[in-house]
Design a protein around this ligand. Structure first.
Ligand code: ADP
Length: 397
């Protein structure tokens, strides 16, 4: 059976068509810079020439249509018709307290995904658009929602409770959920496998550094802590999100700028992070270029990003009373050689962590990047949320 996996991010849509008989990827691709000038689809299919298309993608539904066109295209496609696609698995950001497991989509599931828009304002709307676009293009096909909040369900109470009156947890389920859960589960298990670490006891920190960024601590692949919270706003500095901030700043900005709390949260979600600090872009490559050209705040934004990552690594090493391995993953983690080097060299010497420059000169494939005498193993482990989602989808249908 062939499963299509859609992973709609804030500014990107990744897809894979996977033959589940052998878990081989038949075609995969990426729509980049959705909603930003210069949108591009890149499509790679087994046995076919690579194909790319630069065209406007104002929103995710336009991107989904382009994906189906590419998959069924006479020249670049891998299926004759959409009938050959057995089901579609969707990465969905937030399942609230209702969904602690993946589930086949029905009207009730869509309703809950919609109810969680305020908890995942950058992703849940895009995820739902992806589901509804599939319902139109491949009617009758099952859609499965795989939630990013599942990894956070194993956190101990001391990690997921906020220090606010407990009634808000009881009434509204206000707690830390964590996101990128599919990625943290997959990468922590893959790190253990690739590194030959103890499958029960290995203490692993996964740095998922992309446009959205989060970091997790796990023991034997089981989540112990994770940096995102009730929403994906908490934690690291991201492309457009502030990450951790004193909540009193929300009140201060609202009062002085005559804005509502919603307005300010919108700024923290969509206009902050490296975009807000640098004033240049949410894309790390653009900000790095600006920093090289002497833009001071672009340089400060990148320094602050690395500093925040390092502070969380320190916190999680303490939370687990040790760390065996650190894994870098996602767009920045898999490609930004300099960021990986600087995070380790500037901040992690006290852990005995040492990067090996030659090994670190790698992008997008599993690799050990620490020196032989490093006390902590450091890896590049590409995330494969698509395969994890496809497995769940197959299991559920
Ligand atoms: P998301 O899925 O949250 O949209 P990704 O994991 O796809 O994010 O990561 C996107 C980010 O990765 C972009 O900000 C992009 O700048 C960054 N990135 C990709 N390649 C590189 C590179 N070679 N150097 C630095 N950053 C990169």
């Amino acid at each position: 059976m062939k499963i299509l996996v859609l992973n709609c991010g804030s500014s990107s849509l990744k897809y894979q068509l996977i033959d589940m008989d052998n878990e081989e990827v038949l075609a995969k691709g990426l729509c980049e810079r959705i909603g930003i000038a210069g949108s591009k689809l890149t499509h790679k299919a087994e046995g076919k020439d690579d194909y790319s298309l630069e065209t406007d993608m104002p929103d995710h539904s336009v991107a989904v249509k382009l994906v189906f066109d590419a998959l069924t295209d006479e020249k670049h496609g891998v299926v004759n018709s959409v009938d050959e696609i057995g089901a579609v698995g969707h990465r969905v950001l937030h399942g609230g307290t209702k969904f602690t497991e993946s589930i086949v989509v029905n009207d009730e599931v869509k309703k809950v995904i919609r109810e969680c828009f305020d908890l995942g304002p950058l992703h849940n709307p895009a995820n739902l658009m992806g589901i509804e676009a599939c319902e139109k293009v491949v009617p009758g096909k099952k859609n499965v929602a795989v939630f990013d909040t599942t990894f956070g369900m194993s956190l101990p109470e001391k990690a997921y409770f906020y220090a606010i009156p407990t009634e808000y947890y009881e009434k509204y389920g206000i707690r830390r959920y964590g996101f990128h859960g599919t990625s943290h589960t997959f990468v922590s298990h893959e790190t253990i496998k690739f590194g030959g670490l103890d499958p029960e006891k290995a203490k692993v920190i996964v740095c998922h550094l992309g446009n959205g960024a989060s970091i997790s601590a796990s023991i034997g692949g089981k989540g112990v802590d994770t940096s995102m919270g009730l929403t994906p706003l908490e934690g690291l500095i991201m492309g457009t999100r502030s990450g951790d901030i004193d909540p009193a700043a929300v009140q201060f900005i609202a009062n002085h700028e005559n804005k509502s709390v919603d307005d300010v949260l919108n700024i923290l979600n969509k206009k902050s992070g490296i975009l807000g600090m640098s004033g240049v872009s949410s894309d790390f490559r653009d900000v790095e270029k600006a920093a090289q050209e002497g833009n001071h705040m672009a340089e400060v934004a990148l320094q602050a990003f690395r500093y925040r990552v390092a502070k969380y690594i320190g916190a999680y090493a303490a939370a687990m009373n040790g760390v065996d391995a650190i894994a870098f993953t996602a767009g920045v983690g898999e490609n930004d050689i300099k960021a990986r080097k600087l995070i380790v060299e500037e901040y992690l010497g006290y852990l005995g962590a040492k990067i090996d420059d030659e090994r670190n000169n790698v992008r997008g494939k599993e690799a050990l990047i620490s020196a032989d005498d490093s006390k902590v193993k450091i890896y590049l482990i590409p995330t494969n949320e698509e395969l994890a989602i496809a497995r769940d989808t197959l299991r559920l249908i």
